[in-house]
Design a protein around this ligand. Structure first.
Ligand code: CP
Length: 336
């Protein structure tokens, strides 16, 4: 794809070659992401970071990534403090803000809403999560994590065996990740969820049409054996219209050290897009796994910075100028 000036709305936009370009760009960004170097390549550029739904990682890492490239970030958080609370449409909101900024990141609770933003915007729009729809940059950072865990070789993403656990119906990170993985060869997907939260049938059919192996199961211990990746997700309370339905499913699966030690093979990587729901009634990914090296959840969050820097640099067409405007940092940075 042509990245320059493009909206980033869905993983369906990407080919394997695009993923290669993004990962190679993310590798260029690594010293800036880990504060070994700084660059002013986006000095003077303004990001509109519009989050109309709760977020910690995506909002802050999009903002920090733009800052690391030398740009300025303008944040809006929640409907309450935007004029959409007065009935302003997505069209008008987007048209107005696109006159103020160079690029927008938007998170919104309704599926399809970020595409609506892009249709009225004169600047590129990046989907930071549209309800139960998609979260393309999360899928890229998840895939980049798997790539790094597997010797940074794109070929090592072929023949992957991945088990996806939890809220597969509403989980936009799942929808984006399984679609982007389908670009590779011979993927085995095992979807582990209660029937009410299983992967939408159209997604399962799409994966099968690409010649991948798909199974649905609701037994966690049976599913996790012989997997390369176990990707756990939170049951998304905020998506349920009937709270009792959520309460009936809360804590349905709990992936913990006992399950890992007794049912997973030794080198299985554990992932989660976070936030994990650490309330005792939920606890889908137990803190007793925190000391296990194969728990990759904080490597995932760290990888959000180089990936989002790469997307900004590609869309604003500055990849080749990053080092020209770069210098070493003068302040203390921890070794990683
Ligand atoms: N993974 C993710 O999107 O986290 P936040 O909701 O905190 O942004």
């Amino acid at each position: 794809m042509e990245f320059k000036g493009s909206h980033i709305l869905s993983v369906s936009q990407f080919t394997i070659e695009d993923i290669y370009t993004i990962f190679k760009t993310a590798e260029i960004m690594e010293p800036y992401a880990s504060r070994k170097k700084k660059t002013k390549v986006l000095e003077g550029a303004v990001l509109g970071n519009l989050f109309f739904e709760a977020s910690t990682r995506s909002r802050i890492s999009f903002g920090a990534s733009f800052n690391r490239l030398g740009g300025f970030v303008n944040d809006t958080v929640g409907f309450k403090f935007s004029s959409m609370a007065k009935g302003e449409s997505i069209h008008d909101t987007s048209r107005v803000i696109s006159g103020y900024v160079d690029l927008m990141v938007v998170r919104h609770p309704e599926k399809g809403s970020v595409t609506e933003f892009s249709e009225a915007s004169s600047v590129p729009v990046i989907n930071g999560g549209d309800g139960p729809g998609e979260h393309p940059t999360q899928a890229l950072l998840d895939l980049y994590t798997i790539y790094k865990e597997r010797d940074s070789q794109l070929n090592n993403l072929n023949n992957l065996r991945i088990c996806l656990v939890g809220d597969l119906k509403y989980g936009r990170t799942i929808h984006s990740l399984v679609k982007i993985l389908s670009l590779f060869k011979n993927i085995t997907y095992i979807f582990v969820a209660p029937e009410q939260l299983q992967i939408p049938e159209e997604i399962a059919e799409f994966l099968k049409s690409k010649n991948h192996l798909v199974s649905k199961i609701d037994n966690l211990k049976e599913a996790v054996s012989n997997m390369d990746i176990v990707y756990v997700t939170r049951i998304q309370e905020e998506r349920f219209e009937d709270r009792q339905e959520f309460l009936n499913l809360q804590g349905y699966f709990r992936f913990n050290k006992e399950v890992y030690d007794n049912y997973c093979r030794e080198n299985t990587i554990i992932m989660h897009p976070l936030p994990r729901d650490s309330r005792p009634e939920s606890n889908e990914l137990d803190v007793d796994l925190n000391d296990i090296h194969n728990l990759a959840i904080f490597r995932q969050t760290d990888n959000g910075i180089p990936i989002r820097m790469a997307i900004f640099a590609l869309v604003l067409d500055v990849v080749n100028k990053v080092s020209q405007y770069g210098t070493d940092v003068q302040w203390y940075t921890p070794k990683r």
